[in-house]
Design a binder for this molecule. Structure first.
Ligand code: FES
Length: 165
């Protein structure tokens, strides 16, 4: 009897999501910075674009991120009641909810977009939300607009160009 043949296959590279985090400088960016300084470990899947306040984030910025190849977008700002511009984070939340509806209409899973609140002193929460989003996107798989070869930095640069306009 002939032994079954083992056909060698090339190892399949694990999908590494490209996640863009649009964050406010006062809270989430400070927490992310602190996580880095404390050498907390989290997946290298996220690239940050910093805003003065999440209230400055436009739906167009979110859509541009997806068009540029992001597999997911996180918006993260101050906790409710802590926004330095009073209601910027509330406006951001409304825009995120509206953008989710737009994503669904164009055939992208709304779960690829999420809003978080991470206080400046809460570096562990930043690590947790990055891990959570990374696992979520790994389960969803690449976005239909995913671009092989494009780096998270290129996605961030595309959004920053729109923000600067
Ligand atoms: Fe952080 Fe407005 S200043 S969300």
């Amino acid at each position: 009897m002939e032994a079954s043949k083992v056909i060698p296959t090339a190892p399949v590279a694990e999908f590494q999501p490209k996640i863009l985090a649009l964050v406010c400088t006062y809270c989430t960016y400070t927490a992310a910075d602190m996580a880095g300084s404390a050498r907390m470990q989290y997946p290298p899947t996220v690239r940050i674009v910093k805003y003065l306040c999440t209230g400055r984030i436009d739906i167009l910025h979110i859509l541009k991120a997806f068009e540029a190849g992001a597999d997911a977008v996180m918006v993260s700002g101050c906790e409710a009641g802590s926004c330095h511009f009073l209601e910027g984070n509330l406006r951001a939340r409304e825009r995120v909810e509206y953008a989710k509806k737009l994503l669904a209409e164009i055939g992208l899973e709304p779960e690829r977009l999420e809003m978080f609140e991470v206080a400046a002193s809460d570096a562990p929460k930043w690590v947790m939300v990055v891990r959570e989003m990374t696992e979520r996107v790994k389960k969803l798989g690449p976005s239909p607009l995913h671009r092989e070869g494009g780096s998270p930095a290129q996605v961030a640069a595309a959004v920053q160009r729109v923000v600067a306009q």
